[in-house]
Design a protein around this ligand. Structure first.
Ligand code: 3PG
Length: 414
């Protein structure tokens, strides 16, 4: 697979030695009920850029968000636990400042030593962040004495916020190592894949997946639709889907029709060979969904209320195994069933294993839930996938070929 070039400047294209740097990371990590970190994948992914900068004597002030606070301080969304974990992972102190603008930040960042790292409190405690407010961005720059902005929060570059967009109007702005890696992995798979390219879309909301489905039909040799998304197609084809989850009526039907029209325009009579829906499914007979709900494999004509479809069936999984083995590249976004429940994780698990067993196949996996799910296999097999994205919405939009404001605002490479 030819690697797509990253068209923006990165930390490696400029002099960072001795500079005061404002770095955006995506530390929107899942927390346990006791507010400890449930998964530090995004923190680990930010280490290469931090190390690159600090090893060159830069002073690094990191800004990030956590959760969706309502434009005010909500302590459950404090980045304090992230500072502790980051410090442990870096093996050196990370000073945490309980605000992201103002006098306390200015004092804490005024006399930083070369190689020092400071993490500021959640940007979303201020309304200016999500409003992409230039004055808030200016306040950030002035409070942190920053000379240079480094964007490394890949997971948030689909948002036009103060720390992804407005800030780039005030400081020279370049990408970090993670951002470049994500861009190159995802764009190489979509724009210059080893063929055949198989794309798999799961998840629930058809409106959210529409741009991705249309793009995949355009670029891929095979498109597989799974998860609750597939229920919309079954219903449109007049099948009984029992009490299964599907999007609401007319609007969803229009989107299904558009996707089917795209597939027909591309593959004509051979549509069903390349546009693949589950041929069988697994249901919960009474519609319940718990860790103990029994899995029942059924044909598509055997789904009736109160049953609910929660996973792809065995024949579908066999077909996916074959498809993966024949593919040069697989791009996967969205789990194939209710993968957080062990009895309905079989479809996603079989696909993850098929990819892990075929290291020849370039595999690029994105979408928050899907990435969380496959990382289990990644750690078991010691790196079974070509790329597991840290982005949810950002990876979906980049895969769909959309413009990401936090990337296109960076300085282009000459
Ligand atoms: C994510 O978790 O996908 C990013 O951190 C963006 O978060 P948001 O969807 O709350 O903007």
């Amino acid at each position: 697979m030819a690697s797509v070039k990253f068209p923006y400047k990165t930390v490696k294209d400029i002099s960072v030695e001795g500079k005061q740097i404002l770095m955006r990371a995506d530390y929107n990590v899942p927390l346990n009920e006791d507010d400890t970190i449930a998964d530090d994948y995004r923190i680990v992914a930010s280490l290469p850029t931090i190390k690159y900068l600090t090893e060159r004597g830069a002073r690094v002030v990191i800004v990030a968000h956590l959760g969706r606070p309502h434009d005010q301080v909500e302590l459950k969304y404090s980045l304090t636990p992230v500072a502790e974990r980051l410090s442990r992972l870096l093996g050196k102190p990370v000073r945490f400042v309980p605000d992201c603008v103002g006098a306390v930040v200015s004092t804490a960042t005024r006399n930083m030593k070369p190689g020092e790292v400071v993490l500021l409190e959640n940007l979303r405690f201020y309304p200016g962040e999500k409003k992409n407010d230039l004055e808030f961005a200016r306040h950030l720059v002035e409070s942190t004495h920053a000379e240079l902005f480094v964007q490394d929060g890949f997971g948030v570059v689909h948002r036009a916020h103060a720390s992804t967009s407005a800030i780039t109007k005030l400081l020279p702005s370049v990408a970090g190592i993670l951002l470049e890696k994500e861009y190159v992995a995802i764009k190489s798979a979509t724009d210059s894949p080893n063929r055949p390219l198989t794309t798999v879309i799961g998840g629930a909301k058809i409106a959210d997946k529409m741009p991705l489905a249309r793009k995949f039909i355009q670029i891929a040799d095979n498109v597989v639709i799974g998860g609750a998304l597939a229920n919309n197609f079954f219903r449109r084809a007049g099948r009984d889907i029992g009490d299964s989850v599907a999007d609401d009526g007319v609007e969803a039907d229009k989107l299904v029709d558009q996707i089917l029209a795209d597939a027909k325009a591309k593959w004509g009579d051979a549509t069903s060979e390349h546009f693949i829906l589950p041929s069988d499914v697994a249901v919960s007979d009474d519609g319940s969904l718990t860790n103990d709900t029994p899995r029942h494999e059924v044909g598509l004509s055997d789904v009736h209320a109160p049953a609910k479809i929660y996973d792809a069936g065995l024949k579908t999984m066999d077909k996916l195994d074959e498809l993966v083995a024949e593919s040069g590249t697989v791009i996967w976004n969205g789990t194939l069933g209710m993968a957080e429940y062990p009895n309905f994780a079989h479809g996603s698990a079989r696909l993850a294993l098929a990819l892990a067993k075929n290291p020849r196949v370039v595999s690029v996996i994105g979408g928050g839930d899907t990435a969380d799910f496959v990382r289990h296999w990644d750690s078991l097999e010691g790196g079974s996938f070509t790329h597991v994205s840290t982005g949810g919405g950002a990876s979906l939009e980049l895969m769909a070929g959309m413009d990401l404001p936090g990337i296109s605002a960076l300085e282009p490479k000459q």
